[in-house]
Design a protein around this ligand. Structure first.
Ligand SMILES: C[S@@+](CC[C@H](N)C(=O)[O-])C[C@H]1O[C@@H](n2cnc3c(N)ncnc32)[C@H](O)[C@@H]1O
Length: 249
């Protein structure tokens, strides 16, 4: 599928023809996204729900429209649902940046002391192949997949400059590692979105009881005055959003 449109009259002839081609491209991307959303809601409802997708779309679109430079990354990739969704958001905007997807693709060890019951041992089994199969099924450009524990993959492979980061590993240790590597690489204006950040029905900075390690890792990294805001996904799971603004001298 084409991920960008030429401007001017080149490939499509007169401006009117180009506009028609652009409308056709947008229509195809919209149809594809509707179909992808339907399939993800049916097949991977635990990781992407009706609320999360529009929120990720909103913030990724903000980064695209404000022309923040840098990579688009997912830290905590499972079977490729959010990576594919982000691909369609980029494609819809004619943005050819690849999605970088980091995941264990291995049996998870038991949760640590800060995690409660979050992500029980062995949960979320998936392979890199699952990610590719999902993308191929929809004719989407495959993400760059980095398989392994974040402590091993991030130092070697996380891009130097990040425009948009989606942190979805839920575990205290994993989120802390993600923040330590991502935040120093954020470009001015970049957005970092954390899944499972808060219990949105209880308040902005109330831990999500099913994933307490996420906010605890944020407190460890940022301190008690958390520089994030919470957005609802409509299901009680609040996503945390951090906007990276350059310090004013
Ligand atoms: C909730 S799932 C992610 C769902 C995915 N973002 C999606 O939307 O489809 C959490 C994932 O984080 C991964 N994960 C957790 N801790 C990790 C770590 N330290 N290193 C690599 N992957 C990790 C797990 O393997 C699991 O697949």
């Amino acid at each position: 599928m084409a991920s960008g449109l030429r401007t001017g009259t080149g490939e499509y002839g007169e401006p009117g023809a180009w506009r028609a081609a652009e409308d056709g491209h947008r229509g195809r991307v919209t149809d594809l996204r509707n179909e992808l959303q339907k399939v993800l809601l049916a097949e991977q409802p635990r990781t992407v729900d009706r609320g999360r997708m529009p929120l990720v779309e909103r913030y990724l679109t903000t980064v695209i429209e404000t022309r923040v430079e840098g990579a688009v990354v997912e830290l905590g990739c499972f079977a490729g649902a959010m990576a594919a969704w982000m691909r369609t958001v980029l494609d819809g905007a004619g943005d050819g940046r690849p999605v970088h997807a980091f995941g264990a693709f291995a049996e998870l060890p038991a949760p640590g002391p800060e995690d409660g019951n979050c992500l029980k041992e062995g949960e979320f089994p998936a392979t890199e192949k699952d990610v590719y199969v999902l993308h191929d099924r929809f004719g989407l450009r495959r993400p760059l997949v980095y398989a392994g524990w974040l402590t091993q993959t991030l130092p070697a492979s996380l891009p130097d400059q990040i425009a948009f980061a989606y942190l979805d590993s839920y575990r205290y240790d994993s989120i802390l590692t993600s923040l330590e590597h991502c935040v120093p690489r954020l470009a001015p204006g970049a957005l970092l979105v954390l899944d499972g950040y808060a219990d949105a029905s209880a308040g902005d900075h109330v831990e999500q009881p099913k994933a307490p390690g996420v906010m605890r890792a944020c407190r460890k990294y940022f301190g008690d005055r958390l520089p994030l805001w919470t957005v609802h996904d409509g299901c009680g799971w609040g996503l945390g959003v951090y906007h990276h603004l350059p310090a004013i001298a």
